[in-house]
Design a binder for this molecule. Structure first.
Ligand code: ADP
Length: 400
């Protein structure tokens, strides 16, 4: 099947065309600055590459642009957009309603709209992408793949906060967890790489990017995820604070004369390693370079980041009563061998020993623990688009 994967944001729309038989990416690109001026970047497997200004007033025009290009006789990879069998949409928040991927129907978009206030920045933007595709390709099957769905196997003991239960009953205030598409892909790829049955292993996935989360996956099912009601909870991230005592926030608001929206902006945009490094950078490469040049604040930011990751890994090993695989993924996890080393230095009690040479490898998947390590420590490149394509193909196969 030929699958078009769409990841629609408020002003950008990323896409990939994937052949589900051999899992090859035929073309990929991004429409940016939608509603502003419009920029189109596109690359094919055969080496065609475009980067141009294309006016895009809205998402429908963006989808129009990408379909025209995909079916262009010179630049394209298909003859006609009808060759696209399924569109797989990345959808951020499915609340408690969606525990797996679904064919997008009117009921589904309605149910998603009801989740809008759980993800006010993401869900409406995702839905705009769905509507744009519907308008231009009304007969093409569309599948929604949720970032929250994989985490829906969490039990109440993991997903409930210590708040009055009525707030869960009334408003569904609970922990949802995010990055589910990545955690699913990476935990399975790790088992495949190690020749294990995913239904028999305990895996901790450390998705360390600008947004970062850790997920405990036991026998193929999520036991816990460090992100909560929103992606603010858990690890110290690029610009997000992670776990903070809510009492400190009221104190901060009073002292600085801030309202709730302003406090949330600080927690989302000005905190994390950016805030700790005194606004030096949220980029781990820049922090590493600065650390080498004795920037103490940058060093402190990286130290706090690594310490928090190690604390979560320890707590998830406890939550699963053991761990077989620990996997690093996403921008920082895949590329920053120093931070991996620092995190693993806290984990010797688990019987983990790292091979420093292997740790500097750069493959799509590799093991960094040595032969005597009691836990496998791996680095795996995440591939959310491929996971979406796989899910879309599977749902389509069951549908037909
Ligand atoms: P997101 O998808 O959340 O935007 P990514 O997974 O793309 O994030 O990760 C972005 C982060 O990865 C940035 O902080 C960047 O500094 C970091 N990163 C990318 N390459 C490297 C590298 N070679 N060394 C250290 N950090 C890196």
């Amino acid at each position: 099947m030929t699958i078009l994967v769409i990841n629609s944001g408020s002003s950008s729309l990323k896409f990939q065309v994937i052949d589900s038989e051999n899992e090859e990416v035929l073309a990929k690109g991004v429409c940016e600055r939608i509603g502003i001026d419009g920029r189109f970047t596109y690359r094919t497997r055969t080496g065609i590459s475009l980067k141009e200004a294309v006016p895009m007033k809205n998402h429908t025009q963006a989808v129009h642009t990408l379909l025209d290009t995909l079916a262009d006789p010179e630049k394209g990879v298909i003859k006609d957009f009808r060759e696209i069998d399924v569109i797989g949409h990345r959808l951020v928040h499915g609340g408690e309603k969606f525990t797996g991927s679904v064919v997008i129907t009117d009921e589904v978009t309605q149910a998603m709209t009801e989740c809008n206030d759980l993800a006010p920045l993401h869900n409406p933007a995702n839905l705009v992408g769905v509507e744009a595709c519907r308008k231009l390709m009304p007969d093409t099957l569309m599948v929604g793949v949720f970032d929250t769905a994989f985490n829906q196997t969490m039990e109440p003991k993991a997903f409930l906060y210590g708040l009055p239960y009525r707030y869960y009953e009334r408003h569904r205030i609970r922990r949802y967890g995010f990055h589910g598409i990545s955690h699913k892909y990476v935990s399975r790829r790790a088992a495949e790489f190690m020749g294990q049955d995913p239904g028999r292993v305990k895996t901790i996935v450390c998705h360390l990017g600008n947004g970062a989360s850790i997920c405990a996956v036991k026998y193929g099912q999520v036991v816990d995820n460090s992100m909560g009601f929103t992606p603010l909870e858990g690890l110290v991230m690029g610009t997000r604070c992670g776990d903070v005592d809510p009492g400190a926030l009221e104190f901060l608001a009073k002292k600085e004369n801030l309202d709730f929206a302003q406090v949330l902006d600080i927690l989302n945009q000005e905190s994390g390693v950016l805030g700790i490094s005194k606004n030096f950078s949220s980029d781990f490469r820049e922090l590493k370079d600065a650390e080498i040049k004795y920037n103490d604040q940058a060093a402190l930011a990286r130290e706090i980041f690594a310490y928090r990751v190690a604390k979560y890994v320890g707590s998830y090993a406890a939550a699963m009563n053991g761990v077989d695989n620990i996997v690093f993924t996403a921008g920082v996890g895949e590329n920053d061998s120093d931070i991996r080393m620092e995190i693993c230095s806290y984990l010797e009690y688990l019987g983990i020993t790292i091979d420093e040479v292997k740790n500097r490898d750069e493959a799509e998947a590799f093991r960094i623990s040595d032969g005597s390590s009691r836990v496998n420590v791996l680095v795996i490149k995440t591939n959310e688009e491929l996971e979406i394509a796989r899910e879309a193909a599977e749902v389509a196969r069951m549908y037909h």
